[in-house]
Design a protein around this ligand. Structure first.
Ligand code: TEU
Length: 529
């Protein structure tokens, strides 16, 4: 798709998520970096995606691997320098690829100059008022100001030496900003403009639903049994009462950001990472005067089931039609178990993952792909001594390291072409990855990489031109099917083969299809012959 295409590119883009630390390492230190990405841009162009979203590469002590930003307007030396970011943006544009960067507005790093100043200042000072400092409860203020838990486990409050507490919905090294303080909005607008001036095409907004908290910072009403004490994954919710998420005032922030983006030439955009509870609350982030997109995590939370997939597609389209926004679809990202593994792992998990991906790529709107899914990578069982994810360390059980293992590009042993160094990168790679490397898969027509290339090519040819309409059929047994103009899509979530409609030609299939039967765990795109 040419960069000067008249339609807003983001309405039908395939976006590839680059997790910077694990994509490609140019200097051999075992951690991916910006020049590493730049060198691999031809790979992304040939894969057939339209854009890349790059996770945070800003100055950061890396306690949450970049989601703890100490300076929004500079590059961490681990990843390169500002000139490397400029080169990456320019080269990407030369290849016809758009660039989305992350913005992390909910919290800063504890090493941000503002937080350091807040710690040095007294309670009640303007420096503290940029964050959520409060006195504690209890006779001597020895108890946290409320009962909120951190998403990463444990209390959401940490006490400082003078006795006050500060709020952190994530790690203690990620203090939450107070978005009711106008200085905060100005700081983040400055960051947006800094990167827009450098040519980025858009932003992925981290924890977009978290910026404003209920002003009283009241206790969360928890279910009978104290669910905060129970084991829960990062994406599960505790109870129905959420004074910390999705407050109405957050939409004022996005109305402002809409105006900032509109100040710039070209189709600049922003996509919210908002883990909303319903498709309707997701839709509020993409009202015409707010953001262009919001991640739709419904599919990622659904089980392998034609009924559930049907409800996800129907619910998403129904919620977005009234606000006239393009949907987004996502099956994997750097926070969740890879979808091959979620669908059972092994050959079966891979067949299902490919089938779900093919169905997703046929839908209108944008599809977000996570690095390594085009290789069919599974979640890696990372040994405890190698855990790096702050959520894993706080909760004492496997976290997100398993989907963040550095990519295998070629060769037969670690680091599998990830970088020029020898030995293992920052998270060790498994010793059986020789057959899943990019180089190994590029040789084979039946590889998952070859399948993604073909599916993305077909998406441009048949799905993108089909416009916004989807004709979704009722689920038949374990079969999901829909049409988009001349394009027919059938996904068989069952175990037994089902007949394909007579007089159709297979355009692309997620696995082997013989004759007029569609095997279980397989999807196809068809058109009338
Ligand atoms: O993740 C947000 C996150 O943790 C979600 O689980 C969500 O906030 C939660 O379900 C509450 O609704 C983002 C990044 O993707 C992640 O990598 C970071 O660790 C995190 O923010 C903190 O910046």
């Amino acid at each position: 798709m040419a960069l000067n295409d008249p339609n807003p590119w983001w309405q039908y883009a395939a976006v590839y998520q680059v997790y910077v630390r694990s994509f490609a390492d140019s200097d051999g230190d075992g951690v991916g970096d910006l020049p590493g990405i730049t060198a691999r841009l031809p790979y992304l162009r040939d894969l057939g995606v339209d854009a890349l979203w790059i996770t945070p590469f800003y100055t950061s002590p890396q306690h949450d691997h970049g989601y703890d930003v100490a300076d929004y307007c500079d590059v961490d030396p681990l990843f390169g320098e500002l000139a490397d970011a400029d080169r990456l943006i320019a080269r990407a544009h030369e290849h016809g690829l758009r660039v989305i960067v992350d913005v992390v507005p909910n919290h800063t790093s504890n090493e941000h100059a503002w937080f350091q100043a807040a710690l040095a200042a007294a309670p009640g000072s303007p420096e503290r008022a940029r964050y959520l400092f409060r006195d504690g409860r209890g006779e001597h203020g020895e108890l946290p100001p409320n009962n909120w838990a951190s998403v990463f486990g444990g209390p959401a409050w940490t006490r400082v030496p003078d006795g006050q507490w500060y709020l952190h919905l994530f790690d203690t090294t990620q203090p939450d900003l107070d978005w009711r303080n106008p200085e905060v909005g100005d700081l983040l607008e400055g960051a947006l403009r800094f990167w827009l001036d450098r040519g980025v095409d858009g932003f992925r907004i981290d924890v977009a639903h978290g910026l404003l908290k209920e002003e009283s910072l009241r206790d969360q009403v928890l279910p009978e049994q104290d669910a905060a004490e129970e084991e829960h994954s990062m994406v599960e919710r505790v109870g129905d009462d959420e004074p910390m998420w999705d407050q109405p005032e957050v939409h004022d922030v996005y109305r402002r950001w809409h105006r900032v983006l509109a100040d710039y030439e070209g189709d600049r955009m922003a996509v919210a990472e908002a883990w909303t509870r319903t498709a309707e609350s997701m839709a509020r982030y993409v009202r015409p005067d707010e953001l262009q997109q919001s991640f739709n995590f419904a599919w990622l939370l659904a089980e392998w089931s034609a009924d559930q997939f049907h409800d996800v597609v129907r619910g998403t389209l129904d919620a977005l039609t009234p606000v006239d926004a393009a949907p987004t679809w996502v099956l994997s990202n750097h926070d969740v178990v890879r979808h091959v593994t979620r669908y059972g792992g092994g050959e079966r998990g891979l067949a299902r993952a490919r089938a779900a991906t093919l169905a997703m790529l046929a839908l209108p709107g944008s599809a977000y792909l996570y690095q390594g899914e085009e290789l069919g990578l599974e979640e890696v069982d990372v040994a405890e001594e190698h855990w790096q994810d702050p959520a894993a360390l706080r909760m004492g059980r496997a976290g997100r390291d398993g989907c963040r293992v550095p990519l295998p590009w070629g060769g037969s042993e670690a680091p599998y072409g990830f970088g020029p160094g020898e030995g293992q990168p920052w998270i060790p790679q498994p010793d059986d990855w020789a057959t899943v490397t990019v180089a190994a898969q590029a040789e084979r027509d039946d590889s998952t990489l070859a399948f993604y290339r073909e599916a993305l090519r077909c998406r441009r040819e048949h799905a993108v031109p089909a416009g916004p309409d989807v004709d979704l059929a009722d689920v038949d047994g374990e079969v999901l099917s829909f049409t988009r103009g001349a394009l027919q899509v059938v996904l068989n979530c069952g175990d037994s083969p089902v007949g394909l409609p007579a007089g159709t030609e297979v355009l692309v299939a997620s696995g082997p299809v013989e004759g007029d039967k569609l095997p279980g765990d397989t999807a196809v795109w068809l058109r009338g012959a």
